[in-house]
Ligand binder design. Structure first.
Ligand code: GLP
Length: 257
């Protein structure tokens, strides 16, 4: 695990963009797992700039998104489909036939989840999975208590998560209660994971993730077992780490994760 503490959100996004860009240049047909949420937005802006200004070629990559709300059509402005196209895919030369985002409107969700796992496998597995983290330590929609070996499946969102989401919907009945999410085991099978976090509101979750015991109650703690995990966090997110000083004296570019 290579923990890099950078000054702020912009520096986190910059460093993440370097890692993703390097991955695509090294392996143009990389299989990349994308995340939603406010955390990766700065990274996505930089990837779009790297495409538009520096010719970074996304045409051969295959993408798999972490999760999607059940019951929201792709055209809904709160769906993760909508998020990915408006914030990244519309601005790069990704091949739409190689984009995979869970289908929240699938008729048979269990069938869909099994197909999604097979597609990841057929694509050769995830080379790089980008991750944010919830304030309660969830990754994707693997809420506390999720099996650490889980695969893509439907999950019930916690009340905390649905309450957080309610502000984005006009009608409270529209707020999704379920999501399709890659499992913790699916994420762990990625060759590299890149966990990003910014801001004071994530400081407890980051401390538990990096310094706490591995537990299903904080699903992100599983990254401690990953062989190639980059954790890029800003000062505010790192502010509650006991070993904060140690991370500060490591020269990241001299080390492998
Ligand atoms: C949702 C997403 C996660 C994301 C989390 C944090 O729960 N399913 O993938 O990491 O929100 O979001 P944010 O980056 O906005 O803090």
């Amino acid at each position: 695990m290579l923990v890099e503490i950078v000054s702020d959100y912009e520096a986190m996004s910059e460093r993440a963009a370097e890692i993703v860009t390097h991955q695509i240049r090294k392996k143009p047909d990389s299989v990349i797992g994308f995340a939603t949420g406010s955390t990766p937005l700065g990274l996505y802006q930089r990837l779009a700039q790297n495409h538009q200004a520096r010719g970074l070629d996304f045409s051969k990559i295959t993408t798999f998104n972490l999760d999607e709300y059940v019951g929201l059509p792709p055209s809904h402005n709160q769906s993760y489909h909508y998020f990915m196209w408006t914030n990244l895919f519309d601005h790069i030369n990704v091949d739409p036939s190689k984009v995979h985002i869970p289908q929240g409107m699938a008729d048979d969700i269990d069938d869909f989840c099994q197909w999604y796992e097979r597609r990841i496998e057929q694509a050769g597995g995830l080379d790089l999975q980008i991750l944010g983290i919830g304030a309660n330590g969830h990754i994707a929609f693997n809420e506390p208590g999720s099996s650490l070996g889980s695969r893509t499946r439907i999950k019930t969102l916690t009340e905390e998560t649905t309450q957080n989401n309610a502000r984005f919907f006009d009608d409270p009945d529209e707020v999704p209660r379920y999501a399709i999410t890659m499992g913790v085991g699916t994420i762990m099978a990625a060759k590299t994971v890149l966990l990003l976090s910014s801001g004071e509101s994530k400081a407890n979750a980051i401390r538990a993730t990096l310094e706490g015991p591995i537990t299903a109650m904080v699903p992100a703690t599983i990254v401690q077992l990953h062989q190639r995990a980059y954790v890029i966090i800003d000062e505010a997110a790192a502010s509650k780490l006991e070993y904060r000083h140690h991370h500060g004296i490591i020269e990241p570019k001299q080390q492998n994760p």
